[in-house]
Ligand binder design. Structure first.
Ligand code: NAD
Ligand code: IPM
Ligand code: MN
Length: 379
């Protein structure tokens, strides 16, 4: 299949671990139903990486797999992480490695209120917020080390657009065990994500971008962020509102309806998006897109939820909505709208017992996927 044939898509599938393997097949059902309706075709290329593969072979994610992924039009991912494997090995070795390898610098995380899904908050039922999370830098950059000799820590990282290697030379008295993790921001990193946030705000008809920061305590890093974001937002003719991330969490709980585009450095974006998922009624409803200039990857905000894996309790709507973001990215606007619309109608028209188990109903993962597929077919 040629990569230039826009109506015939090769999609890389990485179900991963835990409920990732339960929800990804439901997202595929929705994509296939939309492809039938809107006259395009999809071929799937499945990648086995995750805990089972690692425990069997010792392999996390080889570079050849990334090259294979690069031949796809997009990647659809489930979730990575398993209690049998020490935290970080798979998450960093598969998920973050993929984000960094393809320089997927945008992590777009829309949070939407859906009809029939109550928020635990008063006034939390009309949320339409887009978290624009910087996805390659900050504390995630991978510059970390532990030391017990008190003298030298070796650090280094590589991105497609730049590379950094060096040492921290220390003099510690008395010598003690210690660890360091360096957060880094570059002008390139902050300006490109801010431009993306500006374009999105404009597309949504909004003039203001809220930047989640913390320059009162972490001055060098987030002061730098604020300066560059301000420059870019002014150039774009929009307004930047700064808010410390602790105060933002408070305001989101008090009145989430007043927020639109929230621009976040990597770590704050991770935390704020789970807070928003709770406000919107469940992690099983929150989709995300990891977007770069090359291959982009689509995945739910949630993790592998190992305690409910294989039980039918996982809500697949986040994965299905991630597939809708993928279709939009591929230029299949009608198909994307149909998938999102089907989720909306399913939630709006279902009695409470027809809802996913996560939302208090009785429908299992595959029953929810079937219901959404039927909606797409019947639209
Ligand atoms: P989690 O998102 O897996 O689960 C948090 C809570 O939400 C749990 O109570 C879980 O049962 C529930 N939940 C999540 N998704 C759900 C869904 N679709 N339907 C119903 N309930 C759902 O977060 P965690 O427990 O912190 O992490 C579990 C593992 O997942 C860890 O290994 C973590 O590193 C990994 N993780 C991976 C990703 C990813 O691959 N993108 C994201 C977050 C966490
Ligand atoms: C997410 C996850 C990942 C992150 C972890 C698993 C590395 O929490 O996608 O939200 O921190 O980005
Ligand atoms: Mn997260």
């Amino acid at each position: 299949m040629s990569k230039t044939d826009r109506r015939n898509y090769l999609i890389g599938l990485l179900p991963g671990d835990g409920i990732g393997r339960d929800v990804v097949p439901e997202a595929c059902k929705a994509v296939e139903a939309a492809a039938d309706r809107f006259d395009f075709s999809v071929s799937w290329k499945k990648f086995p990486y995750g805990a089972e593969h690692y425990l069997k072979t010792g392999e996390v994610l080889p570079d050849e797999a990334l090259e294979e992924m690069g031949k796809c039009h997009a990647l659809l991912q489930g979730a990575i992480g398993d209690p049998r494997v020490s935290p970080g090995i798979l998450e960093r070795g598969i998920l973050l490695k993929t984000r960094f390898y393809f320089d997927q610098y945008v992590n777009l995380r829309p949070t939407l209120s859906f009809p029939g899904v109550p928020s635990p908050l008063k006034g939390g039922d009309c949320v339409d917020i887009a978290v624009v999370r910087e996805n390659t830098e900050d504390l995630y950059i991978g510059l970390g080390a532990a030391s017990s000799d008190g003298v030298r820590m070796e650090i280094g990282m590589k991105r497609p657009s730049y590379e950094l290697r060096g040492f921290l030379n220390l003099s510690v008295d008395p010598v003690m065990d210690m660890a360091a993790q360096i957060a880094l921001a570059t002008k390139l990193g902050v300006s490109r994500i801010t431009r993306y946030a500006c374009a999105l705000a404009r597309q949504r008809g909004e003039k203001e971008i809220v930047l989640a920061t913390k320059s009162n305590a972490v001055k060098e890093l987030y002061g730098f962020w604020e300066g560059i974001a301000q420059e870019v937002v002014s150039e774009e003719g929009l307004y930047l509102k700064l808010i410390n991330v602790d105060a933002l969490c408070y305001q989101l709980v008090k009145d989430p309806s007043r927020f639109g585009v929230i621009l976040c450095p990597n770590l704050f974006g991770d935390i704020v998006s789970d807070l928003l998922a709770g406000i919107a009624g469940g992690l099983g409803l929150c989709a995300s897109a990891n977007i770069g200039d090359g291959l982009s990857m689509f995945e739910p905000v949630h993790g592998s939820a190992p305690e409910i894996a294989g039980t039918g309790r996982a809500n697949p709507l986040a994965a299905i909505l991630s597939a809708s973001l993928m279709l939009e990215h591929l230029g299949e606007q009608q198909a994307s709208g149909a998938v999102k619309g089907a989720v909306y109608m399913y939630l709006r028209d279902s009695s409470s017992c027809e809802l996913p188990i996560e939302l208090g109903g009785s429908k299992t993962t595959s029953q929810v996927g079937d219901a959404v597929r039927s909606m797409i077919e019947e639209m």
